[in-house]
Write a protein that binds this ligand. Structure first.
Ligand SMILES: *Cc1c(COP(=O)(O)O)cnc(C)c1O
Length: 373
């Protein structure tokens, strides 16, 4: 494995470069701070996991995470930021429950695996799903052209997946929906570059890709969309109820929330999303260039909509897949196997993956090709 030095002087530790899609790598500095204060958090003599979520100290953690999220994403006034449970999958159901009456029409853009799951859950909740575009004809290696969406006037909302984590397909634009609220699953792209929040009615993201530990889901929702939940919506899924209680209708995942705050602070120290976005672009360009120029590796996604965060690729000789994974692991490059539904490889290069990790990967890929290609 590839040992590298921790930023703490005098402490050499072995860390791999983890290309997992989620739960994904966290910044080393964040993990070290969490370790540092694990048993005695801010002089309390307790870990942050052991203090009341209603305590002043924890409320401060919660509020700081929210305010960092607001400043990093430049969230305008008129939006609530909620820290909910049940992951992004919970939101596949919570969105219809909060925004669409049974039998109402909602438009969904189908760009792959996660879009399909969102559509499935909406249908279970008696939403009349209009598929506004379906990229099946390209085997989900494209996004629809801007302006080609077949939208329903007066729909309850338009839902799309701005980055398909499995297919590695990312929208290079934000769909125009007229006055209909735009809902985006940003689980695997949030905080990877600046966005214009005012274009959205609702943004949601499971935390385990770019925000923190799994189990938490961040929801950014425009205030005019609150208070429309169907009768019978459980309070933990009701945006209005959660907004009124500071996301604490029940006991929140306090440790995950605390780690999110540390990650957000780390992002700010990295220079905010302009700087982080520039770094992510450079990482993605390096990896795609290596793939495209190799004549050995291949990425199937249309160039205009390749993801900055998830890069699937195949080897010219699939019988070498296992060798590639074994040798990569020995070189300290782990979790590169593609999703079980597509095979091949996938390198997820979220915010916490440093440029050096991508450089190590492309170095390994070139060497592997020399030896086996
Ligand atoms: C990971 C992921 C999900 C599911 O997240 P869970 O927290 O497991 O529910 C949904 N959408 C996208 C785009 C994802 O990447």
């Amino acid at each position: 494995m590839a040992p590298f030095l921790s930023p703490k002087p005098g402490r050499a530790i072995v860390r791999v470069f983890n290309f997992a899609a989620g739960p994904a790598a966290l910044p080393l500095e964040v993990l070290e701070q969490a370790r540092e204060e694990l048993t005695d958090w801010r002089g309390s003599g307790m870990s942050v996991m052991e203090v009341s979520h209603r305590s002043k100290a924890f409320i401060a953690v919660a509020e700081e995470a929210e305010s960092l999220m607001r400043s990093l994403l430049a969230i305008p006034a008129g939006y609530k930021v909620l820290f909910l449970q049940g992951g992004a999958t919970g939101q596949f159901a919570a969105i219809p429950m909060n925004l669409a009456a049974p039998g109402a029409v909602a438009d969904y853009v189908n760009t792959g695996s996660w879009s399909k799951k969102a559509i499935g859950e909406a249908k279970r909740l008696q939403v009349k799903v209009n598929v506004a575009a379906d990229e099946a004809s390209s085997s989900y290696t494209t996004v629809p052209d801007a302006g080609s969406l077949k939208l329903t006037p007066g729909a309850a909302f338009v839902h799309y997946t701005s980055n398909e984590t499995i297919g590695g397909v990312e929208f290079p634009y934000v769909p125009q929906t007229g006055g209909v609220p735009l809902v985006a699953d940003m689980s695997s792209t949030i905080l990877s570059r600046p966005i214009e929040v005012s274009k959205f009615g609702l943004i949601y993201a499971g935390a385990q890709k770019n925000i923190g530990p799994s189990g938490l889901c961040v929801v950014i929702v425009r205030e005019d969309l609150l208070g429309k939940a169907r009768p019978g919506t459980p309070s933990v899924w009701d945006y209005q109820a959660m907004a009124a209680e500071g996301s604490m209708v029940n006991t929140p995942p306090t440790f995950a929330w605390y780690i999110c705050g540390l990650v957000l602070k780390w992002l700010k120290a990295q220079g905010g999303l302009d700087a982080v976005g520039a770094r992510n672009r450079a990482k993605a360009e390096l990896l795609y260039r290596t793939i495209d120029e190799s004549g050995f590796y291949r990425n199937p996604v249309a160039k205009s909509c390749r993801s900055w965060m998830n890069v699937p690729f195949t080897l010219a000789r699939p019988e070498l897949d296992q060798t590639f994974l074994t040798e990569a692991k020995a070189a300290g490059l782990v979790s590169l196997e593609g999703h079980r539904s597509v095979g091949g490889m996938r390198a997820s290069i979220y915010n916490a993956m440093p440029l050096e990790g991508v450089q190590a990967l492309v170095g390994f890929m070139k060497d592997f090709q020399r030896r086996h290609g």
